[in-house]
Design a protein around this ligand. Structure first.
Ligand SMILES: Nc1ncnc2c1ncn2[C@@H]1O[C@H](COP(=O)(O)OP(=O)(O)O)[C@@H](O)[C@H]1O
Ligand SMILES: Cc1cn([C@H]2C[C@H](O)[C@@H](COP(=O)(O)O)O2)c(=O)[nH]c1=O
Length: 281
């Protein structure tokens, strides 16, 4: 009975009276409004049934039933999550920026986010290893994005791109809410594995939420075959270590295994030398 009254509420036209706003030019590459949406949502009493049920970007719905008061998020059919993974230098950022530019040229309103831990090229832009760049929001966490971007501007967004996703602890909840509740298309680029080939951050956790997953490969720096892994060339052991070609290289399986042996041996030598220095002092 309660479920039936919830469904009835979803079907009432008054609830879907949220117009689809015209996307703003949020960045220099955000442009025209989306062609299909501007008139569809303007007159809610004449909405086709599908639009009435699946009104995107709506506020929460308040339901009173037998003394119970429940806040229900109306479902959105428009959200999507696309995940791009692969080792360093595999073209994840290039692919993300291309998709964002293409969405923007199709008239969708877009925003790009990267982790503020990655200070390699400053904080105001996402930059590929080839030097292509677009402006972005550099954040410590994704949950602060809506507030920092402005709730009204957030409501008008169609597409959110996230780079360096491995550094965001709240990736799962952000993507779920953005796509399921807010109807956003979320494009996520990040490392699936760290330099030890262990799952990195929450990137793999969002695969069950995703519409598509693309695993890219680079070229092995030692033999030019396809590279699936990232080898750390230095002796540092912490998981998070910001760096580029000075610290990391993409490698194939064979060179990952042999490279790890060499690096482990070098680490052991360095550590035993450190011990010798301490005992001599
Ligand atoms: N070993 C390599 N294999 C593939 N691409 C490389 C390599 N070294 C440098 N590159 C350059 O890096 C570019 C990819 O950069 P980018 O999109 O920033 O990758 P990612 O975000 O996956 O680290 C390639 O187009 C290529 O020009
Ligand atoms: C393998 C590995 C990488 N990182 C860091 C190094 C870079 O700053 C980024 C990855 O950048 P890209 O856009 O994919 O080239 O992550 C790390 O902290 N720990 C690692 O194990």
């Amino acid at each position: 009975m309660f479920a039936v009254s919830v469904m009835k509420c979803f079907l009432t036209p008054t609830f879907s009276a949220i117009p689809k706003p015209t996307p703003l030019a949020l960045f220099s590459f955000a442009s025209k409004s989306h062609p299909c949406n501007s008139t569809t949502f303007r007159h809610p009493s004449f909405l086709p049934l599908k639009s009435a049920i699946f009104s995107p970007k709506s506020a929460f719905l308040s339901i009173q039933n037998r003394g119970m008061h429940v806040e229900v998020a109306p479902p959105s059919s428009t959200g999507e999550i696309h995940v791009i993974v692969g080792p360093m230098f595999s073209g994840k950022t290039t692919s993300l920026l291309r998709r964002i530019q293409s969405e923007s040229s199709n008239g969708r309103s877009v925003a790009l986010i990267k982790s503020n831990k990655d200070t390699r090229y400053g904080l105001d832009a996402i930059v590929t290893h080839d030097g292509v760049k677009l402006p972005c929001w550099a954040l410590a966490d994704l949950s602060s994005f809506r507030q920092k971007f402005g709730p009204d501007a957030y409501d008008q967004l169609d597409v959110i791109g996230i780079d360096e996703a491995q550094f965001f602890e709240d990736l799962y909840d952000f993507c779920r809410v953005a796509a399921d509740r807010d109807g956003k298309t979320v494009i996520v680029a990040g490392l699936d594995g760290d330099y030890l080939r262990r799952s990195f951050g929450s990137v793999l956790d969002i695969i069950p939420l995703a519409d598509s997953v693309t695993k890219l490969t680079a070229r092995c720096e030692l033999c030019q075959k396809r590279a699936f892994f990232t080898l750390r060339k230095t002796e540092e052991k912490q998981t998070e270590l910001i760096g580029g070609a000075d610290v990391y290289m993409p490698v194939c399986r064979q060179h990952y295994v042999s490279g790890q042996v060499v690096i482990e041996a070098a680490r052991t030598v360095l550590e035993s030398r450190k011990d010798d220095c301490v005992s001599l002092a």
